[in-house]
Design a protein around this ligand. Structure first.
Ligand SMILES: Cc1cc2nc3c(=O)[nH]c(=O)nc-3n(C[C@H](O)[C@H](O)[C@H](O)COP(=O)(O)OP(=O)(O)OC[C@H]3O[C@@H](n4cnc5c(N)ncnc54)[C@H](O)[C@@H]3O)c2cc1C
Length: 421
């Protein structure tokens, strides 16, 4: 079995009916973090996950301090650290000359300035760490191969319909949380809700064993252990080590030239890969070579939601991508899912009469935060893909502006902690 697939086939773990339980649809990063955050407050949690495997093949994730501080609180960070890498810096480089334009220290800086580490890891390692911790909690039950299909609120709570194999089950709870991702069924059942919009950009992902990286590429890497983003007129390439440094993770974001929005995140025909690789033909030869070495590249069409929405009904709340799928230019989608989960659990107490007010407040505060993060992502995208004179101006600013100013400009993002608000 592929090491990045977590086999869940046999798991069917459900407690006796409990109308006070909180039901979560989806065992992704958002759903599992929420289950652990609620469990720490003493709530009984039932998760329904439609898949049998949690598959995030060949993909890494950057976890900034605003996310890792929460992973620490829910008891997951210690398990994650051995397989993660803690980069010294985040570097921005010019894709054609290969020259480094900016290097922002995040190693010690993250721990001292923002109070938690900046990590990069394989998604399967994160998912595994969350899942292991959830399985060890007696007040969390996880039922797999179970898609939440419908729900109905009434005076006593919420009644949730779940498709388990070929039969429909009904479960009662006090609250339903849709943590069911960008294609959220919970969101799409509302006729007036915006669907995720295709951005016409595709993120191509690949991993290469560190000892197989071509020399011309390693010569381009700034010294030390870093996250590096090479920028070009239409595309950008991000690279960082994962799996304790044994693998390198690559994400190349480029315009969709072939109407790839219906592609699943799976391998596509060789010719399609070739077309995409051509986008990097005029880049530094070291990058050209890694593009050829990186095959297969797995396409990930990028979708986003223009409007963030958490609170759907009195007893239905969305979190993570279901509430606000965003482009990956600020590397914050998973971090926002983790922040959502922690903040939602923090807003609930035993007195369910207080929930409506608490949930409105949660919606208001989180929506404000998401808006700011989305703005930052849009700004990064502009900076990454700048052309001609704008690219020259960008390069000059990156070289001249003291790194400390860039670091200060990240305090609101990486230093965020809803506990201290
Ligand atoms: C190329 C790329 C790079 C990225 N890089 C970063 C990064 O570096 N840092 C970062 O913070 N973020 C990053 N992100 C964003 C991040 O991956 C997502 O925001 C995050 O994974 C969302 O998690 P989620 O739990 O909300 O959704 P998902 O991970 O999609 O989980 C949803 C879960 O719900 C289940 N489900 C769906 N429907 C149902 C149903 N009806 N019933 C039951 N279960 C259901 C699904 O099977 C799935 O397990 C990146 C995204 C992309 C595309």
């Amino acid at each position: 079995m592929n090491a990045s697939l977590i086999d869940l086939k046999t798991e069917r773990n459900r407690r006796d009916p409990n109308p006070d339980q909180i039901i979560i649809a989806g065992a992704g990063i958002a759903g599992l973090t929420l289950a652990l955050s609620l469990s720490a407050k003493g709530f009984a949690v039932q998760i329904f996950e439609k898949s049998t495997t949690l598959a995030e093949t060949g993909a890494g994730v950057q976890l900034s301090p605003n996310a890792t501080r929460i992973l620490h609180r829910i008891g997951v960070l210690d398990q994650l650290i051995p397989s993660s890498v803690e980069p010294q810096s985040i570097c921005l480089a010019d894709g054609s000359s290969g020259q480094t334009l900016l290097s922002l220290g995040v190693g010690d800086v993250a721990r001292t300035r923002w109070g938690a580490p900046y990590l990069v890891c394989h998604r399967a390692d994160l998912q595994n760490a969350l899942l292991d911790q959830a399985r060890s909690q007696t007040n969390i039950a996880i039922q797999l191969q179970s898609a939440v299909t419908q729900y109905r609120s009434d005076a006593d709570g919420i009644l949730v319909r779940v498709q388990y194999h070929d039969r429909i089950e009904e479960h009662r709870g006090a609250l339903l949380i849709g943590a069911d991702g960008v294609w959220s069924n919970m969101r799409n059942t509302m006729s007036n809700m915006e669907r995720a919009r295709y951005t016409s950009m595709i993120a191509w992902r690949s991993t290469v064993a560190t000892d197989q990286l071509p020399r011309s590429f390693t010569a381009l890497l700034p010294q030390g252990t870093n996250v590096v983003a090479w920028t070009g007129p239409n595309a950008h390439l991000i690279a960082y080590p994962i799996r304790s440094g044994e693998m390198f993770n690559f994400v190349a974001v480029a315009p969709d030239r072939q109407d790839g929005q219906r592609w699943n995140a799976g391998t596509v025909p060789e010719a399609t890969n070739q077309n995409f690789i051509r986008e990097f033909n005029h880049w530094h030869p070291g990058i050209g070579e890694i593009m050829r070495a990186g095959r297969p590249w797995t396409p990930w069409p990028l979708f986003e939601m223009r409007k963030c929405r958490y609170r759907m009904e009195d007893r239905l709340v969305l979190i993570g991508d279901a509430a606000h799928a965003m482009t990956p230019y600020a590397a914050q989608g998973a971090a926002m899912a983790i922040e959502d989960a922690w903040a939602l659990a923090a807003s609930l107490n035993e007195n369910t009469d207080e929930w409506p007010v608490a949930l409105n407040q949660f919606d208001k505060e989180r929506s404000k935060r998401i808006k700011a993060v989305v703005r930052r992502g849009a700004l990064n995208h502009l900076a990454y893909c700048a052309k001609g004179p704008i690219a020259m101006a960008r390069n000059m600013i990156m070289r001249k502006r003291p790194a400390e100013k860039f670091i200060k400009g990240l305090d609101w993002l990486y230093g965020y902690d809803n506990e201290s608000r």
